[in-house]
Design a protein around this ligand. Sequence first.
Ligand SMILES: [Zn+2]
Length: 552
Amino acid sequence: MAYKALYRTWRPQKFQDIVGQQHITRTLQNALLQGKVAHAYLFCGPRGTGKTTTAKVLAKALNCLEPASGEPCNHCQNCLAVNEGNSVDVVEIDAASNRGIDEIRDLRERVKFTPSTGRRKVYIIDEVHMLTDQAFNALLKTLEEPPGHVVFVLATTEAHKVPVTILSRCQRFDFRRIKPAEMVERLREVAKGAAIEVNEEALWLIAKAAEGGLRDALSILDQGAAFAVDTVTAGDIHSILGTVQQDILQSMVKFLADGKTGEALQLVSKLADLGKDLRLFTREMTTFLRDLLVDSIEGRGTGEQISNDNLFYLLKLLVQAEQDMKWSSQPGLVLELALVKASRPELGGSLEALTQRVAELERQLASGTLPRSRAPEITMPAEPNPTPTPPSPSRTDPTEEKVPVTPVNKTIKEGISPEKTSLHVGGEDVSGVVRQGWPDLMGDIKNGKKPLWILLNETKPSLEAQGNIVTLFFEDDFDVRRADKPEYKKYLEWLLGKHFSGSWEVRCVHAKKPPLSTLKPEEDPVYTEAVRIFGKDLVILENDPSETGGVK
Ligand SMILES: [Zn+2]
């Protein structure tokens, strides 16, 4: 026996089984009981909300040989004929297919014939808004002088596309989206009846994903049952839908609220690697943020500790990103830009700054230099405020707004106390600060671990620090192998923690990089950081960085 989809097997056979549309089913039952059934109905509403199902129950109730309380009996020959889809008196026309056009064309001729077995001939026209003008005209003529034995049920998801001349001749019913709670109840019934084991979380997830359409919900449950090993879980449903678990959405919101841009981008990269659709993910994020905002406004505790303003800001950015992603050839980049902006509200609207930042973070992602561990507490703003400083005397072109590099340098320098230094970590380039403290560190190494000191003193690796990861670049692969020992790395990590506080990770890699002593002024990390934030055009080198405490 061929497999029959759940939504077909479990299609309601009576008015009382139709979920969430009591305002319609009750009216229809009353009309049936009082013999006041209209000759044309228009059923409007979103897909999967029960329009066709209701039309069929109505058709059965009209022709049932043993109706009770306005309900069809479902076992007389007329009811069975409709249930089996071979009733000659109930005609279903799908206006969306070409077949519908021909059927409407000679509808006028055929409606004249009286029903063969039942009392009424029922024409159900699905997606009626798809009819051509010609077909609408043919239909209109029939509706103007309807034979007494004919009932039309026109169903549509887009009532505004139905000509007003047709609308005015129909009794209109608006089907509403089915509420999640109602949907869950029905899903539970169906699952029980079909012997499908499904947990509560999965049921709610299905109900939410179906967005008010029961047919879609049942399809998802169907897939879930086929996919799951035994019990259908939320994880199974996420796999089917390509959506992500709630905790991933929670993590992302937290990263954004905490300004952890690197972690946010890493998460997106991970999702992309897992084959998740980033557009869908963005959509999920907007729904999730919306729910958080509504909960927060209505005073339901979320424990997230994010202000409404911030939630609103994040939501606005992601709604925009979702829109933009539809038209972009690089939807991933659009999302990344939005996440950078979301986690760095201070960056505001400078597209150039954002683009540069994304490019930089992508580079870090690719090279694996982004921090993996939790970032230590943030106590020092390593980034300068991007508002332009007052004009400096060295400016030659008054029309250009240039940011002198000295204040940037100062900002970083002044944040460091000689005793204990806490760095702003979490993906930022803190190479300048670490390089500056390196001679002191070497002093400690000389006393604490002589072999390592000899190695470092001999090979003079160049150094980069991103977030809480310090990378040492050795020119010779052999030196990498000498330095890349757990014992040395642990020691260096401990020492870095002692000098700069927080937890650190040390990596030794083989790469040709200019040694520390030969850095040109343009290679000053402070200068490159400033360029990274403001763009090359906005940053000028005012004086030799070596004189202002830059890299020696
Ligand atoms: Zn019957």
